[in-house]
Design a binder for this molecule. Structure first.
Ligand SMILES: Nc1nc2c(ncn2[C@@H]2O[C@H](COP(=O)(O)OP(=O)(O)O)[C@@H](O)[C@H]2O)c(=O)[nH]1
Ligand SMILES: [Mg+2]
Length: 180
């Protein structure tokens, strides 16, 4: 527990440094269970395409230009043991992107629970919360079957395929339009 709080403390320090350095940029946190497609999404936003990404360790922050607005996007690692650490990012986030693997029927309930848990965080209440129901190029659950499970106001769910790019522009346009 001591180690976890040390790590959280240090991550908080790194984040506030990143924020002060990139003062005018928006800070967007990409969350989701491991394997959902977070790193693939950030790669697509940066380079307009995907490659097979390597598993992410901890978190990585990338600069991304979205509709002439500079974003700092934190690509997090979603493994159970470090999910606790996401909390320190919620204080400073201007928006959240939560990526769901729509083909992973077994872990969808866990992903939906996690969405509710993150959404309940007070500092995120009035921030746009974008949910990407990913992997729609495969046999994936569609949003209609998931939307009813989510409460709150500032959120939208889009059916996307980060792999083909389907739906990603539309989703990011919503995020851009709803970020203060
Ligand atoms: N079929 C399909 N595979 C995807 C899609 N997005 C990501 N993947 C694959 O899912 C796996 C996990 O992706 P990754 O971005 O590493 O997930 P992360 O753990 O959330 O960062 C990789 O093999 C990706 O190529 C998608 O839209 N369709
Ligand atoms: Mg990753």
């Amino acid at each position: 527990m001591y180690l976890v709080s040390r790590i959280v403390g240090e991550m908080g320090g790194v984040l506030s440094w990143v924020q002060s350095y990139f003062e005018d940029d928006k800070f967007v946190v990409v969350l989701g269970l491991d394997g959902a497609g977070k790193t693939a999404l950030v790669h697509r936003l940066r380079f307009g395409e995907t490659t097979d990404p390597l598993p992410t360790m901890g978190f990585v922050i990338h600069s991304v230009l979205l509709h002439n607005r500079k974003l700092q996007i934190a690509d997090t690692c979603g493994q159970d043991t470090v999910r606790e650490l996401w909390g320190c990012m919620y204080h400073t986030a201007d928006a959240v992107i939560f990526v769901v693997d729509g083909t992973d029927a077994k872990r969808l309930p866990c992903a939906m629970r996690e969405i509710q848990r993150v959404m309940a965080y007070p500092t995120l209440e009035d921030k746009p919360f974008l949910i990407l129901n990913n992997k729609q190029d495969q046999n994936a659950t569609c949003s209609e079957e998931l939307r009813w499970q989510i409460r709150g106001e500032m959120w939208r769910m889009f059916d996307v395929s980060v792999k083909t790019g389907h739906g990603v522009d539309e989703a990011m346009t919503w995020l851009d339009a709803n970020m203060a």
